[in-house]
Design a protein around this ligand. Structure first.
Ligand code: TYD
Length: 149
């Protein structure tokens, strides 16, 4: 379970398999559908921050970093985009285009977001407040940290 990894120390055991798509509740209604998620219930962390990415010009790439401690859930509320994840060994691409599905990304996973469609709206729920100190922005340093024995 993801919570087992959640701690203050750098845990090197995060692997690609810890990244997963979560099907969120979906209330179908002829008036329009509704989805939602709650801290520690539908997602395995407490939400401390929510932000969103929008108006992305064609061809632009967001992300391009990992976090030391932070967990995230990424949802495509509208349109589509790709999330390329990397655990220091393998790379995998998730195409997000469903507003009732979230991609859970644990700490110590490199991610970049690309191929945004016109009017794509990306919602991100984070386990921690913004803290530049929690970012790993240097890919070589990331590789060293996660592959250290
Ligand atoms: P960054 O996380 O690098 O963007 P990306 O979504 O591409 O990974 O953040 C870009 C800038 O926005 C950076 O200067 C920090 C600032 N920022 C905040 O102030 N608060 C936030 O919650 C986030 C996500 C970013």
């Amino acid at each position: 379970m993801v919570n087992a990894h959640y701690g203050k120390s750098l845990n090197k055991s995060i692997i690609m398999n810890d990244v997963r798509l979560i099907d969120l509740p979906k209330i179908l209604d002829e008036r329009g559908n509704l989805s939602f998620f709650e801290s520690d219930k539908h997602i395995p962390f407490v939400i401390n921050r929510t932000y969103w990415i929008y108006d992305v010009p064609g061809g632009q790439v967001r992300g391009g970093h990992a976090y030391k401690e932070l967990y995230e859930l990424i949802i495509s509320l509208s349109g589509s985009f790709d999330v390329v994840i990397d655990d220091g060994k393998d790379e995998k691409t998730y195409s997000l285009n469903r507003s009732y599905q979230g991609l859970l990304i644990p700490k110590l996973i490199w991610r970049k977001l690309e191929n945004f469609s016109t009017n794509a709206l990306c919602l991100i729920a984070s386990s921690l407040p913004y803290d530049e100190e929690d970012y790993i922005r240097d890919y070589k340093l990331f590789k060293t940290l996660v592959n250290e024995k």
